[in-house]
Design a protein around this ligand. Structure first.
Ligand code: FAD
Length: 415
């Protein structure tokens, strides 16, 4: 039996960062938003995340930046070190980044960001519903029916933020998640644990190693320390099932610098995340159903833009809705078409560049040496490679980002 919630203008499916951001942005335009999440409680599993100026600008517009800054950390630099010899290769001065882009670079515990968005949704009156697993969608003259164990509910517009394995995406594309054969281990620990170790409590440090990288940064006003260890799994490459286990973690970093090896025993060893993305698709809208967040554009996380893109999606969609409402009549088809005209192309660039960025980080042998030589001599005030991400100006159609990827540096990418 289908239920029409006559008091719902938009139904959002998925209560991760993407779904909550969408619900919040749309409710701020005055629309009545209902959100369905399959988990029995709202929450986020994981550790820290980096939020670049292109998203802190949006959080500021939503009035959430003070809370984000109070729970997060504004690092001084993004430092890249060679994962084997430990030397500094290059850096990004994040105080300068703040001046250039008018908004800070923040690292925050993902449950803190999720909590901030959740509380804002509650304050905004979003109808937040747990324990509802959506199993399908049907287009109807009056909107979209969302199917679940309790029956079906119909809304004029549905935005699916149901993540990497999105049910909604199946209506739009028959693609599957793409395995990178890389796996991530995480660990957020009390800062006191690393007090006597050679770590920075003010910077984000990325150690780029052969087929691996290791990220470290402070969290929660410096009370916690976050580490992410990412490596290519030989078992995944061999097509074996049980890949990414702790023995592979230890083997992957055995030849790395002392700083990396010292951090390794502090990782959570009972869970790990296999890294998938999807090939970009040119459209995320079908009738009155739209995709957002990882459902639309799951990236490899190497540019730290996955959640950031989800926040941007929410803001862009809501701005088109707001423009329609300001003109006196909300034309959903026009708003969704405008959203679909800009977001897939930007996110295509992010997803494909993140793949190349990972290749650059993970080079071995002579290619690694050539990369290091290039990075050591680069001007640290050269922002050409992040202007298109952090700045307010979009690239023109057909233009590709000026990243120093292996392809741009004419470095062959080893197997
Ligand atoms: C190791 C790692 C590090 C990362 N670091 C960063 C970073 O520094 N910066 C950054 O911006 N991004 C980062 N990311 C990416 C970022 O975490 C994701 O892009 C982002 O969390 C996606 O949010 P989402 O809400 O779209 O999807 P998800 O977080 O996957 O949320 C989907 C939600 O939908 C619910 N759901 C799913 N299916 C259904 C269904 N059928 N019915 C109802 N509910 C459903 C799920 O329970 C979940 O709550 C990182 C990712 C990884 C793996």
């Amino acid at each position: 039996m289908s239920t029409i919630h006559s008091d719902t203008d938009v139904l959002v499916v998925g209560g991760g960062i993407g779904g909550l951001a969408t619900a919040l942005a749309l409710t701020r335009t005055g629309l009545r938003v209902r959100l369905l999440e399959r988990a029995p409680e709202f929450g986020e599993v994981g550790a820290g995340m980096q939020i670049a100026p292109n998203a802190t600008r949006i959080l500021d517009a939503w009035g959430l930046l003070p809370e984000v800054l109070s729970l997060g950390v504004q690092p001084g630099n993004l430092v890249m070190r060679d994962g084997v010899d430990g030397t500094v290769l290059t850096r990004l001065d994040l105080a300068d980044v703040r001046r250039r882009y008018g908004s800070p670079y923040v690292v925050i515990h993902r449950s803190d960001l999720h909590g901030i968005l959740l509380r804002a949704c509650r304050r905004g009156g979003v109808d937040l519903v747990n324990g509802v697993q959506v199993t399908g969608y049907e287009h109807l003259p009056q909107g979209v029916a969302v199917l679940h164990a309790g029956g079906a509910e119909v809304a004029p517009v549905v935005v699916a933020a149901d993540g990497l394995y999105s049910v909604a995406r199946r209506l739009i594309s028959d693609d599957e998640p793409v395995s990178s054969a890389y796996v991530a281990y995480r660990g957020a620990i009390p800062a006191a644990t690393v007090a006597n170790m050679d770590v920075s409590m003010s910077d984000v440090v990325v150690h780029v190693g052969p087929h691996s990288h290791f990220v470290q940064y402070p969290l929660r006003s410096g009370e916690m320390f976050n580490q992410v260890a990412v490596f290519r799994s030989p078992r995944a490459l061999a097509g074996e099932e049980g890949w990414g286990t702790p023995d592979e973690l230890d083997a992957a970093f055995a030849g790395c610098s002392e700083q990396v090896r010292a951090g390794l025993p502090l990782m959570w060893r009972d869970r790990w995340w296999r890294m998938y993305d999807r090939d970009p698709i040119p459209s995320w809208v079908q009738g009155r159903l739209a995709l957002t967040g990882d459902a639309a554009h799951p990236p490899l996380q190497y540019l730290a833009q996955g959640a950031v893109m989800a926040l941007e999606d929410a803001w862009v969609l809501a701005e088109h809705v707001r423009a329609g409402l300001a003109a006196g009549r909300l034309d959903w088809d026009a708003a969704l078409a405008a959203y679909d005209a800009v977001r897939p192309e930007h996110c295509r660039r992010v997803v494909t560049t993140a793949r190349s960025w990972g290749e650059l980080w993970h080079l071995t042998g002579a290619e690694r040496e050539a990369r290091n030589a290039f990075l050591r001599q680069r001007d640290v005030r050269d922002y050409g490679f992040v202007d298109w991400l952090y700045g307010p100006t979009a690239l023109t159609p057909g233009q590709e980002p000026a990243m120093f990827t292996p392809q741009r540096l004419a470095l062959p990418v080893g197997a």
